[in-house]
Design a protein around this ligand. Sequence first.
Ligand SMILES: [Zn+2]
Length: 453
Amino acid sequence: MQKLWQHLFNEDTGLGIALTTLFYNSSYQNTYKFVKRTERWTIEQIQRYQWEQLTSLLTHAYEHVPYYRTLFKTQGITPKDIKLLEDFQHLPILGKETIQEHTNEFKATNYPMYAFEETNTGGSTGFALRFSIEKGVWFAKHLAYLKILLEQAGCNVMDKSVQLIGREKTWEYRPFSRTLVLSSYQMTDLNLPRYIKKIRRLQPHYIIGYPSAITMLASSTKQDTMKLERLKAIFCFGETIYDWQREFLETYFSCRVHGQYGHREQCVFAGTCEKSNAYHIFPDYGFVELIDRNGYPITKEGQSGEIVATGFHTGIFPFIRYKTGDIATWSMHPCECGRNYPLLKSIEGRVQDFMVSRTSRLVPLMGVLQLISKSSAHMKEYQLYQEQEGELILNIVKKDGFSKDDARQIKDNIHKRLGDEFSVSLSYTNHIPRTSRGKYQFFVQKLPIKYIV
Ligand SMILES: [Zn+2]
């Protein structure tokens, strides 16, 4: 997901200008108009539309995409045999490894050569996936959805903004798009007060970035709030937003924290609306399923599953039932905003965010980080690390006053929560390194995790 944003923000022109340039781009215009025209559709209208999209995608894949043609033949079926959603859900789930092995066979043969643009995902999970996108078109369409999410938060594309993202350059002001870009790599004790000063001077309408980076920026001021008169929203992407981060940031900045969720593979895009923190999945962007560990679709609220998605805008390189590696739960309550979009109650993190116990059980990280935070007020930063089943290492950057009592309290609390299936050892360091995209990782899982068995 971060790669997508990285691309958007690395455009020399900046987001606002890119949008202005796109004003006359038909893909952008048509997508935007279509979403606005259909946002009050009933559930039945959405389902009917999605089914039409799915079946036409399957026919296209069968006719023009060698990988899927072979797949259908192996299964002894044609798209005509897929009459119900259950039939569709019997198609195999697509993993990154399969795409990597058959990259060329995923390319649709009815697109001209010049339409193909090679790209790849970030590889923060240790796997950089190479695939093709439709040159010019994917970017334009995606920006249309992005504009809608900005508008839902009361912002617009030419508003002044601060972007806190993984970039080498410490800071840069882009006058045309009225954007101050700050690097999440360079958030040192020396730079943080400078960042704050620059933000105050700009008086942004919104701030966008990784939740961990925005939280770190806010915490560095040692004040409970920051008054930015024009600030309307904080947008977070690229990482799970923990409840404590949302609460902290909303109090600190006195505005709402909005979440956005998507990937460069373009199978799913979702965001929070005017009324709730549930992620509203754009139904015309792709079809989303939550799949449990045994490979069955989840239809009820409360049960976690892996997000498996089929993109409607990626005919050039179709992703059908693609395993995203992210875990989420459904919300079955209609949202007050009146849109009947499928809703994700929470995105709980990546498959790699599970801890593995001594008995090879997957244990969700949720709650454990908060517990560690609460266990000591004398940690500047920390990072949980696992490379052996049942063994956790907690790397800590100490603050003044960190004592043996802090260490004991942390270990006791973790033991109380996780029991004997885990042992934890503490290790002290001066610095927690950031990822290659400049993100702060609270948990590093070195064991390979397979969620759907
Ligand atoms: Zn809503």
